[in-house]
Design a protein around this ligand. Structure first.
Ligand SMILES: [Zn+2]
Length: 403
């Protein structure tokens, strides 16, 4: 890797300088060596452009390792079961947003300008205030959200199928609904969605109609929606919904920090509108329904060329992400204890490690006792202490998120 880095550094210099005299060649050579020294000295690996190179090579390595492990896997069984199966129709939805920072999500404008006004009007919505992602790349974060894998046991996500498999074992129709744009972004759907039907749509706003149709076909339904959301470069918006202008989608002016901020927030307004449409679909069904909304990871400084995430030492805004839970009246009637517990825990420190267990518990699904972990569900009586950590972009290093 070091040799390649040196070759690249000198190549870039040669390309720009095109030395013709011997003293120029000396300068290029010395500069190349200096770049090499900078590269191998650790602090430099976290800065542009070196961090991009380091992370890209590490991610490529991880992807190759992943493909090898996945090819060796047999179907996984959780031994899932439910002690009590409600007679009503049931619909559960996990919505995974992209690159959404918690500090830009405002339901009422109290701490930031309003970006989710429709969610602010929902009475049965609970917002968690201290929820962290456990990865800052999609390819690490999403698998850990839907499997038992944590930053310490990341390889588990290759061996064990996603939570949809447990729902499937309990008779649910399971669907992984994803924006087509994710195909070029994550590359994880192919294996993380194992066992579920994969449906791709062109726009996030197409998803509520798909859920509506699925509800009409299935009495027991579990859907994971993977949005394009706030992924850079913040063009996932609708001009009829956007309210912060100018932004990068509506103006040809020089793109400054304000325009990126506006564009980022307009994407949240678009997601807010989609969530409202989804909620309306579920409310009309009048059965047991619930959705959980969160983001795979957050975002670093937004004003920098349309934002980025996955810094070697991530910003807090890259892992402090929103977690919101909406429950229908039908759900409250059947699972009142779950709702009370979930509201009671809303300010406790939780993270994506809790998501898998909460999704199971949400529908009262138990799995084989050898796989079970207690005290990890936000719907449970007690949340046991849990150390929050972050899997860094190299796919191996772990950062503690404890204060
Ligand atoms: Zn992502």
């Amino acid at each position: 890797m070091i040799v390649v880095a040196f070759y690249l550094a000198v190549s870039v210099l040669l390309f720009f300088v095109r030395p013709s005299r011997s003293w120029q060649k000396w300068i290029v050579s010395i500069s190349g060596i200096l770049l090499l020294v900078l590269y191998v000295s650790l602090p430099c690996r976290i800065y542009l452009p070196f961090n991009v190179y380091v992370q890209a090579t590490e991610a490529l390595h991880q992807r190759n390792e992943r493909n090898l492990l996945i090819s060796q896997q047999d179907p996984f069984v959780y031994g899932a079961k439910r002690d009590h199966i409600p007679a009503d129709k049931e619909v559960y939805v996990l919505i995974i947003d992209e690159s959404l920072r918690n500090d830009h999500v405002s339901l009422d404008g109290a701490n930031y300008r309003i970006t989710m006004p429709r969610m602010g009007s929902l009475s049965s919505l609970t917002r968690y205030t201290n929820y962290y992602a456990n990865g800052v790349f999609t390819m690490y974060a999403v698998p850990m959200m839907v499997t038992r894998a944590t930053p310490e046991t990341f390889a588990l996500n290759y061996r064990e199928w996603g939570v949809q498999q447990a729902f499937s074992e309990c008779g649910f129709k399971t669907v992984w609904l994803t924006n087509e744009a994710q195909l070029v972004s994550d590359g994880v759907s192919d294996y993380v969605a194992r066992g579920a039907e994969i449906i791709r749509v062109q726009r996030d706003m197409d998803m509520p109609a798909v859920v509506d149709s699925l509800c009409n076909q299935h009495d027991k339904l579990f859907v994971i929606m993977h949005l394009w959301g706030n992924h850079q470069f913040y063009i996932n918006a609708d001009e009829n919904i956007s309210r912060y202008l100018p932004d990068v989608t509506t103006s040809d002016a020089v793109r400054g920090e304000d325009m990126y901020n506006n564009a980022y927030d307009n994407c949240i307004l678009y997601t807010d509108s989609m969530l409202m449409a989804l909620t309306n679909v579920l409310q009309k069904k009048q059965g047991i329904s619930q959705w959980i909304f969160t983001s795979d990871h957050g975002e670093g400084p937004i004003g920098v060329h349309g934002g980025a995430h996955g810094y070697t030492y991530p910003y807090r805004s890259e892992y402090h992400v929103p977690l919101m839970i909406w429950v229908s009246d039908g759900y409250k009637a059947v699972y009142p204890d779950h709702v009370n517990n979930m509201k009671r825990h809303k300010e406790e420190p939780v993270c994506a490690d809790h998501l898998f267990w909460s999704l199971l518990d949400m529908a009262d699904i138990g799995i084989d006792s050898t796989l079970q972990q207690e005290g990890m569900s936000v719907f449970g009586d007690t949340l046991l202490p849990h150390k929050r950590t972050l899997l860094l972009p190299d796919g191996k290093s772990i950062m503690s998120l404890e204060d």
